[in-house]
Design a protein around this ligand. Structure first.
Ligand code: SIN
Length: 485
C-alpha cells in the first residue's frame, strides 16, 4: 500500500521533530524558504525550559508560564507543555542529544520570570543550533526542497491537499499530500529591527489565512529587550541568559534601569523590560548590559562573544554591551487544538506559527523551543493514530491569479511602517492610519519577492486589525489612549 504523504513547510525544530517521528512510515517532504540551516530555531540562544529537578515541578513551570502570559493562556495547553516537557527532554537525551552539564548534572540557566533556574542549554548559547543539527542529522528519509517559497495551500472543497511553491527562478512547483504541516516560524522580519532569521516574515500565517484557516491573538508580539546595538543598527540577540547569569541593564551614567520598575528587576517579564528600555531610549538614553558580575562570560556565551568580537565591541575593557529592543516572537498564530490541527481538515500548524494558547499575551523565556518539541511530537502522535486513505491527485489546480504590474511597497518601506504602527507601543490613530496606508496595495504571486511582500502585507493587516480591536493593554500589546505625538 502506498504510504501517506506528509508535506512539512519549514525546517526548524518543530518541523524536524515531526519529520523525525514520521519519516519511517510516511513519505515526508520538507519545503523550506531558505537553506535548511536558516531558521529561528538555529539562532535560539537561551535554551529549553523544562522542570527537570526534584525541587522544580511542571506545576511551578505552569504557574510561571501563566503569570508571564498575563493569564491570557489556555490552561490545557500550558499543562500539556509543562507536563510533556520533561518527557520530551528525557527522550532527546536518551537519543543522544547532549545538554551542557555542571558537576555531572544538567546545567540549568535562569531567565526572566522563572522562579528558579530551569533552562537547559547546549554549547553555552548555541542551544538552537545544536538541537536543530542533532535532529536534522537523523533525517535520512526526507525529500528536501530548499529555497522554495510556499505560495498557496491547495484545497479540495474544505480539505487541504497540497502546496504550491515558487523556486528562486519563479517556477511553480506543486506537492500533494494527505497531511500538510505549517512549521514556518513567526514574523520577525516584518519589523525593521528583529532577532529573527532572514527568511521569517509571516509566510505560514498568510498561507493559512488565504486558505481560510482561523488565526488568533495576532496582536501579541514579543519584543526582546536586548539586541546588540551599534551606530543606529542592531546585530542579533544578546540572550536573556546573560541577565540570568548576573548582568544588569544600566544607563550611560551607570544607574540601574530596572530599579523601581518591577520586583524582579532585570529578570522581570520580557514585555515589562522591553517597554522600559524603549521608553528610556525614546527619552534619549543609551542602555547597556553591564556584565562584570557574569562569571566566565566567554566560556558560557561563546556565540555572543564571537559576535561582539566580530563587531569590535570592547566589552572586555568596558564590561558594557550596548543594547536595544527588537521584534522577537509572535504569541498568536494559526489557531490549533493540542494536536496541531487547524480549522481546515488536513492542515496542521506547530511551533511559532501556531496558536495553541500556550503563551498567552507574553511568552515565558525559553518556552519556545519546548513548544516546538512538545507539539512536534503531538502532531506526529495524532497523524499516526488517524490513518487516512491516500487521495488521488486532482487533475487540475486553479491557477494563481496573476496581476500585471501589481502595486506593492518596497520591503524596507513596509518594515518601517510596520515598526511605527505595530511596535512596542501602539495608538489607535497610528493603527487606523497604517490600515488605510495598506489599502492602496495589491497582493500578487508572480515571483518569490512579490509573494513574500504580499504575505507581509496580509499579516500586517491582520495584526493591525487585531491590535485595534483590543482597546486595553495586555502583556505584549500596549496601546496608549489619545493621540501620541
Ligand atoms: C534569549 O536567549 O534571550 C531568547 C530566549 C527566548 O526567546 O526564549
Amino acid at each position: 500500500m502506498a504510504k501517506e504523504r506528509i508535506i512539512i513547510i519549514g525546517s526548524g525544530i518543530a518541523g524536524c521533530t515531526a519529520a523525525l517521528r514520521l519519516m519511517q512510515e510516511y513519505d515526508v517532504t520538507i519545503i523550506t524558504k531558505g537553506s535548511k540551516e536558516e531558521s529561528n530555531s538555529m539562532l535560539a540562544q537561551g535554551g529549553v525550559a523544562a522542570a527537570m529537578t526534584k525541587n522544580d515541578s511542571p506545576k511551578k513551570h505552569f504557574s510561571d508560564t501563566f503569570r508571564a502570559g498575563c493569564y491570557h493562556n489556555k490552561p490545557l495547553a500550558v499543562r500539556e507543555l509543562t507536563t510533556s516537557g520533561p518527557i520530551v527532554i528525557q527522550k532527546l537525551i536518551a537519543a543522544g542529544m547532549s545538554f551542557d552539564q555542571e558537576n555531572d548534572e544538567l546545567a540549568l540557566g535562569l531567565e526572566g520570570a522563572h522562579q528558579m533556574p530551569r533552562i537547559l542549554h547546549a554549547g553555552g548559547d548555541q542551544t538552537g543550533k545544536f538541537l536543530t543539527t542533532f535532529l536534522q542529522n537523523q533525517l535520512t528519509k526526507i525529500n528536501w526542497h530548499e529555497h522554495l517559497m510556499a505560495t498557496e495551500i491547495i484545497k479540495d472543497h474544505d480539505q487541504a491537499i497540497g502546496v504550491c511553491a515558487l523556486d528562486t527562478k519563479n517556477q511553480l512547483h506543486t506537492f500533494y499530500g494527505e497531511h500538510i504541516i505549517l512549521a514556518t516560524g513567526g514574523l520577525g522580519q516584518l519589523f525593521p529591527v528583529t532577532t529573527n532569521a532572514r527568511t521569517i516574515s509571516g509566510d505560514g500565517l498568510a498561507l493559512a489565512y488565504i486558505a481560510g484557516a482561523k488565526l488568533a491573538d495576532m496582536e501579541f508580539i514579543q519584543f526582546h529587550p536586548t539586541l546588540l546595538y551599534l551606530n543606529g543598527h542592531c546585530y542579533g540577540l544578546i540572550s536573556e541568559a546573560v541577565r540570568g547569569e548576573g548582568a544588569k541593564l544600566i544607563r550611560k551614567d551607570g544607574t540601574a534601569v530596572m530599579e523601581g520598575v518591577h520586583s524582579s528587576l532585570d529578570l522581570a517579564p520580557r514585555d515589562v523590560v522591553s517597554a522600559t528600555l524603549s521608553q528610556e531610549i525614546e527619552h534619549g538614553e543609551s542602555v547597556f548590559l553591564e556584565i562584570s558580575a557574569v562569571k566566565n562570560f566567554e566560556k558560557r556565551f561563546p556565540a555572543i562573544t564571537a559576535s561582539l568580537d566580530k563587531h569590535q565591541v570592547p566589552f572586555r575593557e568596558t564590561k558594557r554591551i550596548p543594547v536595544h529592543p527588537g521584534a522577537h516572537f509572535l504569541m498568536g498564530g494559526v489557531r490549533t487544538d493540542l494536536n496541531g490541527k487547524t480549522s481546515i481538515s488536513g492542515l496542521y500548524a506547530i511551533g511559532e506559527v501556531a496558536n495553541t494558547g500556550v503563551h498567552g499575551a507574553n511568552r515565558l523565556a525559553s518556552n519556545s523551543l519546548l513548544e516546538t518539541l512538545v507539539f512536534g511530537e503531538k502532531v506526529a502522535d495524532y497523524i499516526e493514530s488517524h490513518p487516512v486513505k491516500q487521495r488521488n491527485q486532482p487533475v487540475s489546480v486553479s491557477k494563481p491569479k496573476l496581476l500585471q504590474s501589481p502595486h506593492l511597497p518596497e520591503k524596507q518601506k513596509l518594515q518601517e511602517k510596520i515598526g511605527e504602527a505595530l511596535g512596542i507601543t501602539r495608538t489607535e490613530e497610528k493603527l487606523t492610519e497604517f490600515l488605510s496606508w495598506l489599502e492602496s496595495f495589491d497582493t500578487a504571486n508572480n515571483s518569490f519577492e512579490e509573494a513574500e511582500i504580499s504575505h507581509m502585507l496580509i499579516v500586517a493587516k491582520i495584526i493591525a486589525t487585531s491590535a485595534k480591536k483590543r482597546t486595553e493593554s495586555l502583556g505584549a500589546h500596549r496601546i496608549l489612549k489619545g493621540v501620541i505625538k
